[in-house]
Design a protein. Structure first.
Length: 236
């Protein structure tokens, strides 16, 4: 018994470095903030308020090419935040913000924005007359002689999005859409499932990207359920 009493303090002292190393992780997990608070105020760990760039209601900022977040799938938003944090999607503005959030906080803010309505999003850009037809053609029909599929084949009718891998793009600003196509093309953003967007973007010229961007920027944001219902009606 005396030996046990003598060795017990030694065991505690030996284990102390382990608990001290673990303490920041435990403390951070207990201090995770809810999504609405992160969006409105940021975090003590250094993440800025999401609303400062993406708008009070997640509507985005077309002039600055900050995309709409409201109504996007939570899984998609969380995956993009993880990509920013890990550096697989390169962005000097978003990388430090994502790194300052814990995994739980990234999921929380993603769930918050997914719960917001997409209606009343960022102001829509009017397509230029010289690119309108090209954008509509590529968006709805593609260019199969160059193995370029129609955008709506993955992003759904009216660009409303399909599942969690293919986000809604209707109503995002033209500048943002074009910049992401360029990012897919030069490899600074992952190409998604099977690197599909990387392959597609490499087959598009700058003019193609501008035309498609203008086309979808002028489209009204539509909920995925509404787009599915509309598509079903058209097939009857």
């Amino acid at each position: 018994m005396n030996r046990l009493r003598t060795s017990y303090p030694r065991l505690c002292l030996a284990a102390m470095p382990f608990w001290l190393a673990l303490w920041p992780v435990v403390s951070h997990a207990q201090g995770d903030l809810p999504g609405p608070e992160i969006a409105a105020k940021g975090t003590p760990s250094g993440a800025a308020a999401c609303a400062s760039c993406h708008g009070a209601k997640g509507e985005g900022n077309a002039a600055a090419n900050f995309p709409r977040l409201a109504g996007l799938p939570a899984t998609y938003i969380a995956a993009q935040l993880q990509n920013f944090a890990e550096g697989t999607r390169q962005n000097p503005v978003m990388a430090p913000q994502a790194k300052a959030l814990s995994a739980r906080e990234r999921n929380a803010v993603a769930a918050y924005y997914a719960s917001l309505p997409a209606a009343g999003g960022m102001p829509l850009n009017k397509p230029d007359a010289t690119t309108k037809d090209v954008g509509q053609w590529l968006a709805t029909r593609g260019r199969w002689d160059q193995d370029l599929p129609a955008c709506v084949q993955c992003h759904g009718p009216a660009g409303a999005g399909v599942g969690t891998a293919f986000p809604p793009i209707a109503g995002q600003s033209a500048g943002y859409i074009a910049s992401q196509l360029h990012a897919f093309k030069d490899g600074t953003r992952p190409g998604g499932p099977l690197n599909l967007m990387g392959v597609v973007a490499k087959r598009m010229s700058d003019a193609d990207m501008a035309a498609v961007a203008d086309y979808f920027a002028a489209a009204k944001p539509v909920a995925q359920s509404e787009a599915a219902t509309s598509s079903a009606r058209e097939k009857k």
